[in-house]
Ligand binder design. Structure first.
Ligand code: AMP
Ligand code: ZN
Length: 467
């Protein structure tokens, strides 16, 4: 039974999906105005680890991860001191259109996920394409007395109308004083300092990322997009909601208030947050030149999956200080394991001792104790009493969750491996579906993802062909 630490109940909870056997998961996705750094990637990996572990436990996993391409305001004074939309600010900086910026970094995001062995979600809805859904929710919130139109024409959520506000982060309304550094502090025209904008009236000079609405031209607030997409795509029930620890407040607190006030029930069963990553002992920030990308890891000569292994060496709930030395060490372990697995594959297959298999499964199920699972694998590696054929089977099986391509060297020097990796087959199948539905944007996005895996797709009259 999979257990995960729930930020709201502050306990490791048994994960029992609302619909037995089907896990509905929502992972907060990237704001696509720049490349993801390795800290963001650690948080994106968390959803993949939960998904793979749940799959190993026999569940069917349905994951939705949003693409934030509007509504996330910047506090990054390096980009824009006025607190503008992150995408617009970056578009100005690069001299490109907002949609150009968004599509470029969205495609880079998919490439990063593919290189890190993160299995694709079932849907990647874009905020900019979900505006109608947001309008619908705002209408309901207004009708139910949870929202109001402020003095400047923006629509605000009335925080005081949701008495349970603060349950995830502990930031109760009576402890939130005016002047607290709210992400939405810059909103003007609201009644109470902790209220936040659901719909922001646009300045007439704004040319991009602006939509008509029943309240006039404007654009959505950041938090409402996650309520709209999760309620719509996961049928008003999220079993596990994932994000980085910084999203607990205000993002998830506000999302919970919006979703629960809209539906009248607790929408998210479990809130799971990944701790932050430091690099060489420091917070990753542009101002200190301390932002590391997956590209930097690869440029330093490392396998991108070495980063994945370096993350797995620590439980997601512990802050991790990543260093070049730890990435290098992980890369060496990865190479050694792949060589060992290829060597063990030469022996006849032997059944894995059941207690060993069970112990590793338990580590994963116990709030993703990946570090503990790796310790067991290291013991198995050294144990001369375990048959090489059994070692091969164990490492190959556990790799379904680890996702490190440990059997990659198997068969090298012998017959070429003809089979496509499962991940590639899955992406090709999703692309075939997208093309049948004439969803060209999704089809292009999947082609980019496949390109990130080194697979080139060509569309021919007989369907898609790979090379
Ligand atoms: P963003 O693209 O800025 O919206 O962030 C995407 C995800 O990365 C969110 O879930 C954040 O909580 C998470 N995140 C941001 N910084 C870090 C970090 N240093 N370590 C781990 N996760 C992070
Ligand atoms: Zn979100």
């Amino acid at each position: 039974m999979l257990r995960l630490y729930d930020s709201r109940t502050r306990e490791a909870e048994a994960i029992r999906p609302a619909h037995t056997g089907v896990l509905a998961m929502y992972c907060c996705g990237p704001t696509v105005y720049r490349d993801a750094h390795v800290g963001n990637l650690r948080t994106f990996l968390l959803g993949d680890l939960i998904g793979r572990t749940a799959t190993a436990e026999g569940m069917v996993v349905r994951t939705v991860q949003n693409i934030t391409d509007v509504g996330h305001m910047t506090r990054d004074i390096e980009i824009d001191p006025t607190g503008d939309d992150k995408i617009l600010a970056q578009a100005r900086l690069e001299g490109r259109s907002a949609m150009d910026i968004a599509r470029h970094y969205e495609s880079r995001f998919h490439q990063d996920l593919a290189r890190l062995g993160i299995r694709p979600a079932q849907a990647y809805p874009r905020a900019s394409e979900s505006i109608d859904l947001m309008h619908e929710i705002i209408e309901v919130l207004l009708a139910r007395g949870h929202a109001y139109v402020g003095t400047t024409g923006s629509v605000f959520f009335d925080a005081r109308s949701f008495p349970d506000y603060g349950a995830i982060s502990g930031n109760r309304l009576d402890s939130l004083k005016p002047g607290h550094r709210f992400e939405h502090e810059i909103d003007v025209g609201k009644r109470f300092h902790a209220d936040w904008a659901l719909w922001k009236a646009a300045d007439p000079a704004r040319r991009e990322l602006v939509w008509d609405s029943p309240w006039g031209p404007g654009f959505p607030g950041w938090h409402i997009e996650c309520s709209a997409m999760s309620l719509h795509l996961l049928d008003r029930g999220v079993d596990v909601h994932v994000g980085g620890i910084d999203l607990r407040f205000p993002h998830h607190e506000n999302e919970r208030a919006q979703s629960d006030a809209t539906t009248g029930h607790e929408v998210v069963r479990h809130w799971v947050h990944g701790e932050h990553l430091l690099f060489e002992g420091r917070k990753m920030a542009k101002s200190t030149g301390n932002v590391i990308l997956l590209d930097d890891v690869v440029a330093a000569g490392h396998d991108p999956l070495a980063l994945r292994l370096a993350f797995l060496e620590h439980r997601y709930r512990a802050q991790l200080n990543l260093t070049w030395a730890t990435i290098g060490a992980a890369d060496r372990t990865l190479a050694r394991w792949r060589a060992s697995v290829a060597g063990w594959a030469e022996s006849d297959s032997r059944p894995v001792p059941a207690p060993l298999r069970a112990e590793i499964s338990q580590r994963f199920a116990d709030d993703l104790d990946t570090a503990g699972a790796l310790r067991v694998l290291r013991e198995v590696e050294k144990d001369a009493g375990i048959d090489p054929g059994a070692k091969f089977e164990l490492f190959a099986a556990v790799d379904e969750v680890l996702g490190l391509e440990l059997a990659r060297e198997v068969g090298k020097g012998r017959a070429p491996v003809e089979q496509l990796p499962a991940e590639v087959t899955e992406l090709l199948a999703q692309r075939e579906k997208a093309r049948a539905a004439r969803d060209w944007a999704r089809s292009d996005q999947l082609r980019d993802q496949l390109a990130g895996l080194g697979v080139t797709v060509v569309d021919t009259p007989d369907g898609q062909q790979v090379s």
